[in-house]
Design a binder for this molecule. Structure first.
Ligand SMILES: NC(=O)C1=CN([C@@H]2O[C@H](COP(=O)(O)OP(=O)(O)OC[C@H]3O[C@@H](n4cnc5c(N)ncnc54)[C@H](O)[C@@H]3O)[C@@H](O)[C@H]2O)C=CC1
Ligand SMILES: O=C1[C@@H](O)[C@H](O)[C@@H](O)[C@H](O)[C@H]1O
Length: 329
């Protein structure tokens, strides 16, 4: 039996998830696609033989859809997730869970009412072989006690993170989820600054403090021009650990010694998306989900909100969280 997946939003990310499922996830197949733009939906659905449906509601309620992937714009996520929860369907919602922390907590409350976890948030770095190996160097004590993390997150360009707050809620949100997961720690404060005073504040530099006493410097630059670049170095009391370059081979050609930089997230995180989708589909078939939760999505939104406040105030802003329901213990 394979999981019949309905996909809402078939732009860059939705279309890539559809391709990945059809090529590399034997336990699932895409049965229905909805996109606001019908041509976009058709282009993604027809190569995999999926139906194009005329609304998100129709897709969620369809008897030929067992589980849903939401890859429409950020502002649509929370309402669509709530509709999936009301229909009792497993749902993988792309990050961010919501645009504000209150909206994200509303999703937490809706899931708690149902009494079981149905939602996974698309924080795919938790499945990336590089980030998983980096986390292992922390948990097995290789680097000793962690003191600092240096993170870099650059896009060649971005059509989705296009304003000051959107850069934090749409792009930096990956760091805001990765750091607590990597360190098994909580973020307690954040200051975000930018060298750009007028216009779009890109790049942004975040200084992040954790409950365990670690300091993190995170640079996010979504119009860096040269390619997609995600780096992370952990500095501990016994040594350091860094993500290795994504390519396995370094070349010396035409007087240049180096490794290519990939174009975008689709190429850079291909393995992470594949492992994320396979794990999610296998678990959904078994009626469970153990990936990044509604609570994780809410926490990342709460830190992002403090980051947005800091960019305006120039101050270090505290992160205050609401009560964590026992469903996410
Ligand atoms: N996990 C990751 O690494 C990534 C996650 N994302 C997330 O995926 C989502 C989609 O991003 P992209 O694919 O890059 O954007 P995109 O702009 O390429 O695609 C969005 C698609 O959604 C459609 N759409 C707009 N309103 C809709 C609605 N109300 N219902 C259904 N479809 C609608 C648009 O027509 C478009 O085809 C965003 O939430 C983004 O934050 C995006 C890129 C990478
Ligand atoms: O999630 C993503 C995009 O939405 C976001 O706009 C990019 O900055 C990130 O690198 C990508 O992973």
């Amino acid at each position: 039996m394979s999981l019949r997946v309905g996909v809402i939003g078939a732009g860059a990310m939705g279309a890539d998830h559809i391709r990945t499922i059809s090529r590399s996830v034997p336990s699932a197949r895409v049965s229905a696609v909805y996109d606001f733009n019908t041509d976009t939906a058709r282009a993604a659905a027809s190569p995999v033989g999926a139906d194009v449906v005329s609304s998100a509601e129709q897709l969620i309620d369809s008897t030929s859809v067992d589980a849903v992937i939401i890859a429409s714009p950020d502002r649509t996520h929370a309402d669509l997730v709530r509709a999936c929860l009301a229909a009792g369907k497993q749902v993988l919602c792309e990050k961010p869970l919501a645009v504000t922390a209150d909206e994200a907590y509303g999703v937490v409350e809706a899931e708690v009412v149902g009494g079981r976890r149905l939602l996974q948030v698309g924080f795919m770095r938790r499945y990336d072989p590089g980030f998983v190996a980096l986390k292992r160097t922390i948990t097995d004590g290789t680097v000793g006690d962690v003191r600092l993390v240096h993170a870099i997150h650059r896009n060649a360009s971005s059509s989705t993170s296009t304003d000051d707050a959107g850069l934090i809620t749409g792009s930096m949100i990956h760091e805001l989820d990765t750091i607590p997961w990597l360190l098994d720690d909580e973020i307690t404060g954040i200051r975000v600054e930018s060298p750009v005073v007028d216009g779009f504040r890109d790049p942004q530099l975040a200084t992040i403090w954790t409950k365990g006493g670690v300091m993190v410097m995170a640079e996010v630059f979504v119009n860096a021009g040269y390619g997609y670049d995600v780096r992370c170095e952990v500095v501990g009391s016994r040594g350091t650990a860094s993500l290795a370059p994504a390519e396995a081979v370094s070349t010396r050609v035409a007087g240049v010694d180096g490794v290519p930089v990939r174009d975008d997230f689709v190429a850079h995180f291909a393995d992470a998306y594949r492992i994320e989708l396979s794990t999610w589909a296998d678990e959904a078939l078994a009626g469970a989900t153990t990936g990044p939760s509604a609570w994780d999505g809410y926490v990342a939104n709460a830190v992002a909100e403090a980051g947005v406040a800091s960019l305006a105030s120039g101050a270090r802003e505290p992160v205050t969280l609401r009560e964590r329901p026992s469903l996410y213990a």
